[in-house]
Design a protein around this ligand. Structure first.
Ligand code: SAH
Ligand code: SF4
Length: 368
């Protein structure tokens, strides 16, 4: 796709009708979060305000944490009151829990009452946010709490951006990295996810290279993502070293065979010049035998790839086993001896239901 066409889809549109006191209704405008500085400036100017108010609006919603236009004290009081009902697009904090290792899980309540999960993961030099891209997920992977709950809806651009602002405000620290590894399949919500990536990059200042989009693989969508010419990292959730094993874990694999998925990954590397991460959830006694490691190494030979081994975090509905550190290490060593770059993903926040969608699921249970 030509670049111009991609970038017009890349930015969300913010209609800017001229507002009067009478017709200033909330429903006529999308939330402001996710809009570019230019769009915000156009919007304030359409209402007879000077252009610099657009710059101020941008700063207040992206940096100063304004949740309502009434919060923006530098605006004239009369105009502030007139546009008070225009939503900024912030979600409400429903629940917060902090694990012993400093990881914080947030349940956020969206405007329609739906609940999503976001995680803030601090390390010595980084603050990473794990964001959700959908309410629930339609893909139904067998080991995943989100998948077990089914799909409800896509998240809008502002609902993704809000998650990052929430973590940044809670930690009172700049977010350095973002991973789309919370609830949902980001490539099924490509338009809103790429719009959010633009906003996180340009409006909040997070480098595209510090943003990772994780996918289980959707036919056609990896090539489509490549056409946006982003500098983000793509993580592909492989989880198995052959087609039969993968179909047992990932139902959609039946309609998107490993060969086709890997061919699309190769095309992505060629087009973007970016290395791909392959995620491999390690289920003891299921996909962690020595022959699986050799098979995986063979599958990825010659690829610009890095393998992340993710030890399974037990969820209620299924009885897969978490591997021991020794089992993980043995699998890792086979890969490394076969010259495949690989590492083990540290589990964070285990005492607070670390697995994707798990906190939301367990709270729903305890609530009834
Ligand atoms: N839908 C996308 C992104 C969200 S899931 C995808 O599947 O890639 C993000 C990651 O969470 C995936 O790599 C998935 O393997 C991992 N995950 C889900 N359930 C898990 C569990 N019970 N234990 C460990 N990792 C899990
Ligand atoms: Fe969806 Fe990812 Fe969970 Fe699979 S692992 S059900 S794709 S969120």
């Amino acid at each position: 796709m030509p670049k111009a066409a991609a970038s017009s889809r890349f930015a969300p549109t913010l209609q800017a009708p001229l507002l009067t006191l009478k017709d200033c209704t909330v429903k006529s405008l999308p939330p402001l979060l996710g809009a570019t500085k230019t769009q915000l400036t156009d919007w304030v100017q359409a209402q007879g305000q000077p252009a610099y108010r657009g710059q101020q609006l941008h700063q207040w919603i992206y940096q100063k944490g304004a949740r309502s236009l009434l919060d923006i004290t530098v605006f004239p009081k009369q105009w502030r009151e007139m546009v008070a009902d225009i939503p900024v697009g912030r979600s409400e904090l429903h629940h917060r829990s902090e694990a012993q290792d400093g990881t914080v899980k947030f349940l956020l309540r969206l405007a329609d009452g739906q609940i999503i999960e976001t995680v803030g993961i601090p390390t010595a030099r980084r603050l990473t946010v794990c964001v959700s891209s959908q309410v629930g997920c339609a893909m139904g992977c067998d080991f995943c709490a989100t998948g077990k709950g089914g799909f409800l809806r896509h998240l809008a651009c502002h609902e993704i951006v809000d998650q990052v602002l929430t973590v940044q405000e809670d930690f009172q620290e700049r977010v350095s990295n973002i991973v789309f590894m919370g609830m949902g399949e980001p490539l099924l919500n490509l338009e809103n996810v790429t719009a959010a990536v633009r906003s996180l990059n340009e409006d909040i200042g997070i480098g595209q290279r510090s943003i990772t989009i994780s996918t289980v693989g959707i036919p056609g969508r990896i090539r489509q993502l490549a056409e946006y010419d982003l500098q983000v990292t793509l993580a592909v959730s492989l989880h198995a070293s052959n087609q039969t094993l993968r179909e047992k874990l990932v139902p959609s694999a039946k309609h998107y065979r490993l060969e086709a998925l890997l061919a699309d990954c190769r095309a992505y590397v060629e087009r973007t010049g970016r290395r791909i991460s392959f995620e491999y959830i390690v289920l003891a006694g299921f996909n962690d035998r020595t022959e699986h490691a050799f098979e995986l190494a063979k599958l990825l030979r010659g690829f610009q790839a890095h393998v992340n081994l993710i030890p399974y975090n037990p969820i209620n509905e299924v009885d897969y086993q978490r591997p021991t550190p020794q089992q993980l290490q043995a699998f890792l060593q086979v890969l490394q001896r076969q010259h495949i770059a690989a590492s083990i993903r540290q589990s964070r926040g285990l005492d607070q239901d670390a697995a994707c969608g798990q906190l939301r699921a367990s709270l729903a249970e305890s609530v009834g």
